[in-house]
Design a protein around this ligand. Sequence first.
Ligand code: UDX
Length: 435
Amino acid sequence: MEICIIGTGYVGLVTGTCLSDFGLEVICVDKDSEKIECLNSGRVPIYEPNLEDLIQKNVNAGRLSFTTDIEKGIKESKAIFIAVGTPPNDDNSADLTQIEKVAQQIAQHLNGYKVIVNKSTVPVGTAGKIKEIINSFSPSPLQHPFDVVSNPEFLREGSAVYDFTHPDKIVIGTTSIKALKIMQEIYRPLYLIDTPFMITNPETAELIKYACNAFLATKITFINEIANLCDKIGADVHQVARAMGLDGRISPKFLHPGPGYGGSCFPKDTRALCSIAESFGYEFQSLNAVVSANIRQRELMVEKIKRLVGKLRGKQIGILGLAFKMNTDDIRESSSIDIIKILLGEGAKIKCFDPLAMDNTKKILPDIIYCQDEYETAQGCDALVIATEWNQFRNLDLNKIKKLLKNPTFVDLRNLYEPATLKSLSFIYEGVGRK
Ligand code: UDX
């Protein structure tokens, strides 16, 4: 079976590559010719562990190709995956312009029965909207029937290839038996390893995606607020989270407190779900509170730094980590970047280091100091702040760091260190919820 993937961002590229590794023939299409040129010359425009090797393997096997020619992609495929961006509008609703445009192009090039699979995160009702657009733009809708399926992704950046090949569920939203059979054939390798398949209608599938992300964002925000409370009352959030996690109904995952969630999904999707609820006349009170508590979490982290170093004006702050989490070069809605912006606004000077995200950060913050490593960052600083949980920040030579800092102030926003260890080395140390 031949598959066309439209959009070669994180989701599209990982989906296309992994499906080709399942043995399917995959054409990845993107309107960005630079990106396609880059992929065709063997380079990968994003960093994602194992992706480059997998692309190379499947390109060499002749199963994976890249093109800007959408007509070819559509005409040669039985299943067409839409994986284009749905950035937020000013009112936080999802901007569906790219999806609508792709639906029009699909309509123009239909040449037989196709399954149109939507992977992009979209408001409830979008599958129906795609169907309407294709029907109204297709020159001969009766001659070329099609079905629209909602098949949301649950990939984490930094482990997207693993997540695609070891999912905890596959959600297929369709009312068509024919489309369902094709989807089951596409995901057969996962079916064989007993992955649960959730077959439902498109609207439910669309809501499942938002509900999962919003719930995880809520869980993180909840533990962040417990940590803030721990800071005030002298309790240890690690022990609270561990005890909570031992309750099978809660589970230990996503209970790591920090500077607030970021990335390309949680911030956008939580706001979008509030806006979807509003459009149906419902005020999603708890999720609205999560959205504002997550903004406040960044501000509280700056307050923490301020409490330890005093007035920020003229102070040199070293920031370790710019990416929104480890193992990615992605800085979208990164709490580290937001914190840096607040610190700069209050007159602090910033030195920083990140193993992968410095090139992306230079594009939006060209005037801060970028360092070679953790030690150059610490040199002469009034405080060193860990903002992203990169593994290489877990084993710093603390004696060396202490000598390099102007003041031995260490703010650990990811709780990578034991407070007692740092205090025994005479650091002024604070984590999140571990006083
Ligand atoms: C997320 C979802 O996990 C994934 O299923 C969905 O498809 C896309 O959005 P991703 O954005 O890649 O994936 O990152 P994730 O690992 O979920 O982390 C999101 C944010 O939450 C990061 O900023 C991370 O640092 C933060 N986080 C996560 C915490 O602060 N504490 C936690 O316990 C977990």
